[in-house]
Design a protein around this ligand. Structure first.
Ligand code: FES
Length: 383
């Protein structure tokens, strides 16, 4: 992050502390509950968001060597990503062209070909069809047209991004926009490695999970005994970055530099940046590690989602067996997001089904949540 941006954030934080306030939207925003419960709405979101925009899949180091592969379900789309011998990546639908089985059920590995477990058709790592079992029984097959269906894929900032519609294109730089793209470049995420990843299912709409990262209003209450004492509640600058955004949470340790000149103070150790990568990802920069939270709708149920968290650390720290930072960090992740936030998130979805109300209300003090939902609404409406 540029020093100038840090200083602007610090000046805002000083003003918020002095005024006992936070970043504020212009007005209160009612939001229809149907946006969390309507299967038709979920179908529109899949078509306009998940199938059109760049979707973050993972870190490049997870698929670094020639013939390394990753196989993932992104929502209800099975994808296969393979490192080619020339160092580039190719991505495919993990769907056999014979009768549609996955060509691999393994999540990752290294192999030069993929043999479908059903009838053993075989595909090369570049997706081309290498062999048809009992080929004579299939007549004159155009093998060149029967390779795995390719998807657009791009590596940028050490991360793998994919577009889930064949025949489309992908432009991560344009999606991030110049400010966000420059901030991501400055972090040097290429030099990080995956410390661990974890996937779970939540009985909550995918947007409820995202909402929880975009305001600090709840910290003093839901996280009263976990992170609440360490991060200020209801005090956070928010910057819209196109359809993306960044909420900056403030550690209570900021008090130590409160009397220092903004231009001289070492600000960054006292901040936590939560970037919303539209539509379905939150990247948290803690000052020492990243967490990427990747959230997908789970099938056609608007009340269910698949949540993956990927923790990234500097290689030297991740590979140090004596470093106990990671276990301590994982306890925080588990206690807060995976326990406290998930419990409330799932209760929210249940509450929606009860018919208690037709709308929820986003306060002026929740500008990040408001911005995210406005961007979803705009995209679904095709604006
Ligand atoms: Fe893959 Fe038959 S479905 S070989």
């Amino acid at each position: 992050m540029q020093r100038k941006t840090q200083e602007t954030l610090a000046a805002q934080i000083h003003a918020f502390l002095a005024g006992g306030t936070t970043a504020l939207a212009d007005s209160v925003m009612p939001n229809p509950i149907s946006e969390y419960t309507d299967p038709g709405r979920l179908g529109e979101e899949k078509a306009t968001l998940f199938r059109r925009l760049p979707i973050l899949v993972g870190h490049s180091s997870s698929c670094a060597q020639p013939k390394d592969f990753l196989a993932q379900e992104l929502g209800d789309v099975p994808v296969l990503i393979v490192r080619q011998t020339d160092g580039t990546l190719k991505a495919f639908l993990n769907v056999c062209r014979h009768r549609g089985s996955r060509v691999t059920f393994e999540e990752c590995g290294n192999r030069g070909s993929f043999t479908c477990p059903y009838h053993a058709w075989t595909y090369r790592s570049d997706g081309s069809l290498a062999n048809i079992t009992n080929a004579d029984d299939f007549g004159d097959v155009d093998r060149a047209a029967m390779g795995l269906t390719e998807l657009p894929v791009e590596e940028r900032h050490g991360l793998i991004w994919i577009a889930l519609t064949p025949g489309t294109s992908i432009d991560v730089e344009a999606h991030l926009g110049p400010v966000f793209d420059a901030e991501m470049a400055a972090y040097g995420i290429e030099e990080f490695a995956v410390e661990r990843s974890f996937t779970t299912r939540a009985k909550a709409n995918w947007k409820i999970i995202i909402d929880g990262f975009l305001e600090t209003y709840h910290l003093a209450f839901l996280h009263r005994t976990t992170i609440g004492p360490h991060i200020r509640s209801n005090l956070a600058p928010f910057r819209p970055l196109g359809s993306n955004g960044c909420m900056t949470a403030v550690r209570t340790s900021f008090d130590r530099i409160r009397d220092e000149d903004v231009e001289a103070a070492d600000i960054e150790p006292h901040l936590v940046h939560a970037y919303s990568v539209f539509p379905n990802t939150i990247i948290v920069w803690s000052g020492r590690h990243f967490e990427a939270w990747l959230v997908h709708p789970d099938g056609t149920d608007p009340g269910s989602s698949i949540v993956k968290v990927m923790v990234l650390g500097r290689r030297s720290e991740v590979e140090d067996p004596a470093n106990d930072y990671w276990e301590k960090n994982w306890v925080v992740v588990t206690d807060t997001v995976l326990t406290e936030d998930m419990k409330v998130g799932q209760s929210i979805q249940q509450g929606f089904a009860s018919g208690a109300q037709t709308h929820v209300t986003f306060g002026k003090n929740e500008p990040g949540v408001q911005h995210f939902h406005r961007m979803v609404q705009r995209a679904v409406a095709g604006r």
